[in-house]
Ligand binder design. Structure first.
Ligand SMILES: Nc1ncnc2[nH]cnc12
Ligand SMILES: [Zn+2]
Length: 334
């Protein structure tokens, strides 16, 4: 099964580019940009990655991003992630970035977008990996700040397909961002949101009804509301689930207790993603392996995660059809 998973074409729909900053690159950039970091070695950084909930992770994660200053830094960060995609047979990826993490430190919005975008374009040409870019609002900040960020994104509409909502879910419900999401929809952006990761199923309901979202990021706490589960299945509303993240942040105690396989078998459009792979112990293949090791699954079931990812992606029907052929061909050979 290991070889089958490694070779399977994959689609990633939930990846925070700042969360792909490996300790080694963090050190290199800290040196290059003369930024102080509170660690003596990459190993010390690795050792610090012990989290007891989402907030304990976010505190370290925002600190790590301080080493990103120049356009080239954002390129290097994104390129390193895309090389990992190539290794893991990720053929299409939809990447989140958190502009406020950078603009609040005085880094220009354009610097961030153009470094990431340049790497995505290069990967399309050189690595054959297609992509989309999604900008997230930080939900621990206020809606006025999100509105100002949306204004900055408007000139970059050609590079940004959608907006999302991330950071601390507890205490920052979807309704706090209803106006900015409406404005984003009016501007033609697609919308997604983290909901039901640490927060209740009600947040999933509200993100769907108040933010007009077409995908739910995480969403694993949907199971606390049976009517909601039935509706998500009926509507084929995608959930971008992040198994290793959920274990690291103690959403589930053990992978054996994770509900992703159960939801897949119920017919929900669940997908596997890496979230913040540098912090949570693995990229796409590692997430697939962790799920398959803990749950007995058929090859067809595992491939269904990719099929769901294709269905849930923000690409044209022609592009989707091309990716479906890749999976079908792989399944015939396997
Ligand atoms: N898992 C996660 N949940 C919320 N915000 C995040 N930002 C980066 N990773 C996140
Ligand atoms: Zn996330």
């Amino acid at each position: 099964m290991k070889d089958f998973i490694n070779g399977l074409p994959k689609v990633e729909l939930h990846l925070h580019i700042e969360g792909s900053l490996e300790p080694e690159l963090m050190f290199e950039l800290a040196k290059r940009n003369q930024v102080q970091i509170p660690f003596q070695s990459p190993q010390e950084v690795h050792d610090a990655y012990q989290f007891h909930n989402l907030q304990s992770f976010l505190d370290i994660y925002y600190q790590g991003a301080n080493v990103l200053i120049h356009e080239q830094d954002f390129f290097d960060l994104t390129w390193a992630y895309l090389l990992r995609c190539k290794e893991d047979n990720v053929v299409h990826t939809e990447i989140f970035f958190d502009p406020q993490t950078h603009t609040d430190r005085g880094i220009a919005f354009d610097t961030v977008v153009s470094g990431i975008h340049r790497a995505l374009e290069e990967a399309n040409k050189v690595l054959g990996i297609s992509s989309q870019l999604i900008m997230c609002f930080l939900r621990h900040l206020d809606e006025t700040a999100a509105l100002a960020t949306l204004e900055q994104a408007i000139p970059h509409k050609d590079k940004i397909i959608g907006v999302g909502l991330d950071s601390s879910e507890q205490g920052h419900p979807p309704e706090k961002f209803a106006k900015v999401f409406q404005k984003a929809l009016n501007e033609g952006f697609l919308t997604v949101a983290h909901a039901g990761e640490e927060g209740p199923a009600q947040n999933i309901h509200d993100a769907l009804s108040m933010l007009g979202i077409t995908r739910i990021d995480h969403g694993v706490r949907c199971v606390e509301d049976h009517a909601l589960v039935a509706k998500l299945i009926e509507d084929r509303t995608p959930l971008t689930v992040c198994p290793l993240s959920n274990i690291k942040l103690k959403v589930f105690d053990k992978m054996e207790q994770h509900n992703i396989v159960d939801l897949l078998r119920k017919g929900m459009c669940v997908t596997i993603n890496s979230d913040d792979p540098a912090y949570f112990g693995g990229y796409m293949n590692a997430n697939f392996h962790a799920v398959a090791d803990a749950h007995s699954m058929t090859k067809n079931e595992i491939a269904q995660f990719t099929r769901n990812g294709i269905e849930a992606s923000f690409i044209s029907d022609d592009e989707k059809a091309r990716l479906v052929v890749l999976v079908d061909t792989y399944m015939m050979k396997g």
